[in-house]
Every structure is written in structure tokens, then in C-alpha cells.
Design a protein. Structure first.
Length: 230
């Protein structure tokens, strides 16, 4: 699993198995619900494994320069862009963030609900109590930052000071997880457009230009200086 295309083709179940294998020894698994990967930075990145499309991606159509990706089956950038970003950031970062991959976000955040239950019952690592904020990578477009009332002025200033603009959204997994953990959270754009339609497409450069620049290496080290709660 090295290219974005490798994350677009599997079903949710297949992707769960691939990620469980990739992070074997570092992950806590709740089959059919979530994968929690241990980190060292007090930051957790979140993405969901499911898409709204009923068929798995079989054919990927790319622009001549390879930057725009589409599929007749629905490309599933929501949220395979986020899953890809979490893996690449984790592997590249010198200070590793925590990762949370959830299942069934598109049908009400079922995996996130199970994560919240497990946390409330103290079945997850105590280190989660020390997290300073959450970043979900599950938003359309290029520059959006959606906070779902899970922010504060300092956190919002930190995010918008790195090239994002505050936007409005209805729901994502952090809507459930951030209040449970008591930390601030944001959902960032990841370069997909026309979500939930067969006309969905991914702008690969926008994913790299924004999300990766914000979250890699030095930016993650800077997170150690932030104490962000809601």
C-alpha cells in the first residue's frame, strides 16, 4: 500500500484487514468498528474506512498529468483520501501521531460510537487522556476547516494560521469523539470534490499541498506546545 490508488480499490472489510496487518503490534483492533494505532505525539488523526458507493472501485480514470482521479464506480475520496493521508503521515513523521481508523461513518458514525464506548469504559490506553487535539481528514475541497463546536479561539487560530478557512459542516466522527475525550478537534479538506456522487473526483496535489504540509514533522513537534481542550 504505497500509492493512493492502493487505498481506493479495497472494500471497507478488505481495507480494515490490510491496515490491521500493516500496523500489527502497534494497533488495538475492534473488528468492524475501529483500528487505534499508538503514537508518541499528543495528537490523534482520524479517518473513516467506508464510502457511500455500493460498488468497489474497479476502474480508475486519471487526467493526463495524473493529478485528477475519478471512477465510474465512484472514486471514494470521502474518505479514502483521509485514510491514505493518515498512513503516509504516520510513516513520514519523526514524532508519530495516534491514528484512529473508523468504520461506518457514512451511516451514523457507528465505529466512532464504539470507540467512545470503549474509551468511557476505560478499555483503551490511558495515554489517550493526554491528547491535546484531534485532526480528522475527511472534508471536501482544498481549504476548509470544520470545527463542529469542538474548538476554542487558540485552536482555531492555529489551524487557520496554516492556510485553512473556517467552514460549516453537519457531521463527522469527531463530532462524537472530541466531546468524549474533552479535546478540541477539526475536520480538514483533503482534496476530493462532488462527494456522495459518481462524479466525485480527487485532486491529488491539493491533498499533499495542504494536509501534508500542516501535519508532517515540524508541525507535529509544535503540537507539544499546545494545550487545547474544549
Amino acid at each position: 500500500m504505497k500509492k493512493l490508488e492502493d487505498f481506493l480499490r479495497p472494500t471497507q472489510k478488505q481495507l480494515f484487514k490490510l491496515l490491521a496487518k500493516k500496523f500489527k503490534g502497534k494497533a488495538i483492533l475492534s473488528k468492524g468498528n475501529f483500528i487505534l494505532v499508538r503514537g508518541t505525539a499528543p495528537v490523534m488523526l482520524v479517518a473513516h474506512l467506508d464510502t457511500v458507493h455500493t460498488e468497489p472501485v474497479r476502474q480508475i480514470c486519471a487526467s493526463k498529468d495524473g493529478n485528477i482521479l475519478m471512477s465510474p464506480q465512484g472514486i471514494g475520496g470521502d474518505d479514502r483520501c483521509g485514510v491514505f493521508a493518515l498512513v503516509k503521515i504516520y510513516l513520514s513523521a519523526q514524532v508519530k501521531p495516534w491514528l484512529l481508523f473508523t468504520c461506518d461513518e457514512e451511516v451514523g458514525g457507528l465505529g466512532a460510537q464504539q470507540f467512545c464506548i470503549a474509551y468511557s469504559q476505560r478499555r483503551l490506553p490511558n495515554e489517550l487522556d493526554d491528547l491535546k487535539f484531534l485532526v480528522e481528514i475527511d472534508r471536501k475541497g482544498k481549504n476548509d476547516a470544520v470545527f463542529y463546536d469542538c474548538d476554542n479561539p487558540d485552536f482555531e487560530a492555529y489551524i487557520t494560521g496554516n492556510g485553512f478557512t473556517t467552514a460549516i459542516g453537519s457531521f463527522s466522527d469527531i463530532s462524537l469523539i472530541a466531546p468524549e475525550l474533552g479535546v478540541a478537534a477539526v475536520n480538514l479538506s483533503s482534496g476530493y470534490y462532488n462527494a456522495h456522487t459518481l462524479h466525485e473526483f480527487i485532486n491529488v496535489n491539493e491533498l499533499y499541498d495542504k494536509v501534508f504540509q500542516l501535519l508532517l514533522t515540524k508541525k507535529l513537534r509544535a503540537c507539544h506546545d499546545l494545550i487545547i481542550t474544549i
